[in-house]
Design a binder for this molecule. Sequence first.
Ligand code: CMP
Length: 143
Amino acid sequence: MERTLVLLKPDCVQRRLMGEIISRFEAKGLNIVGMKMMHVTPDLAKQHYAEHVEKPFYPSLESFITSAPIVALAIDGIEVIRVMRDLLGATNGCNAAPGTIRGDFSNSRQMNLVHASDGPEAAARELHLYFGTGDLCDFDHVT
Ligand code: CMP
């Protein structure tokens, strides 16, 4: 069993797609063990996107991710890091395959609705940015 960090980004919240997208995670059999609606501060954005801070698109990315609330989710599942990225589709919504979340709802590279950790180390680091000790609810799910 793995755990990943997912963010429903400002465009997802503003377009009222939270329920639609969370339904896809649940339909896939993934287990939500943490959920928090919050604003991303510029400081948190720089920590979360540390690998992108020097890139030309970073100022625009920070402006976007701090522009409205996000929902942070901690999600468990077998191979969930890969499974989640498969559900989301390509980073750029223009290139994402139909049937994926971005393929069905996004036509943008920046406003791509959802972030998901890209590997185990990123997942561990990112989960700690959004959730503290005691914030997550481990429980037995029925199948
Ligand atoms: P995400 O999965 O959150 O990880 C980094 C984010 O940066 C990515 O989704 C996009 O929202 C954004 N991004 C990546 N490349 C570009 C780009 N070339 N221009 C603008 N935004 C980008």
